[in-house]
Design a protein around this ligand. Structure first.
Ligand code: HEC
Length: 128
């Protein structure tokens, strides 16, 4: 029985080492900067915070501009004007932004394709 546990723990450790989660930094940055609004499952909060899964920005490197500049739409909800504000994260480095965008797409974009830091840098330069 004891040996069984030893082998079990050993094989778990080995398989974790062989298959490390590819976007650890991106996940940590998401938890630190995005998760309190967009939530752990990315689905946001009803009408206040949009869902990332299913968003039109998935697979689009221009998502970096929302992260860099923030976003503020004013919507008429039938009774009131509602301001939805996404803060800007202009202090993040291009590498950090790339890690976040790749994490978000890896988790919630069924057509995931990794963005290179160069692609992210070019898109950041093109943001208005
Ligand atoms: C303070 C809450 C808050 C935080 C923190 C936040 N967001 Fe947002 N996010 C919003 C709101 C609100 C909107 C909608 C803004 C609008 O429509 O004007 C939004 C919109 C977005 C959109 C566009 C979604 C769509 O389909 O329209 C993306 C992508 C996004 N956020 C990603 C992120 C990422 C990545 C982070 C972390 C770096 C982050 N957000 C942090 C509140 C937040």
């Amino acid at each position: 029985m004891r040996y069984f546990f030893v082998i079990f723990i050993f094989s778990t450790v080995v398989s974790c080492k062989l298959n490390p989660y590819p976007y650890v930094q991106g996940r940590n940055l998401y938890v630190a900067h995005c998760q309190n609004c967009h939530m752990e499952d990315g689905k946001g909060l009803n009408k206040l915070i949009p869902s990332l899964p299913g968003s039109q920005w998935m697979g689009n490197a221009d998502m970096v501009c929302i992260i860099k500049n923030g976003m503020m739409d004013t919507l008429w909800n039938g009774n009131d004007f509602m301001v939805k504000e996404m803060p800007s994260f202009s202090g993040l480095s291009p590498t950090e932004v790339a890690n976040i965008v790749n994490f978000v797409n890896y988790e919630w974009n069924p057509d995931f394709k990794e963005f290179s830091i160069k692609e992210i840098q070019e898109s950041l330069n093109q943001c208005k």
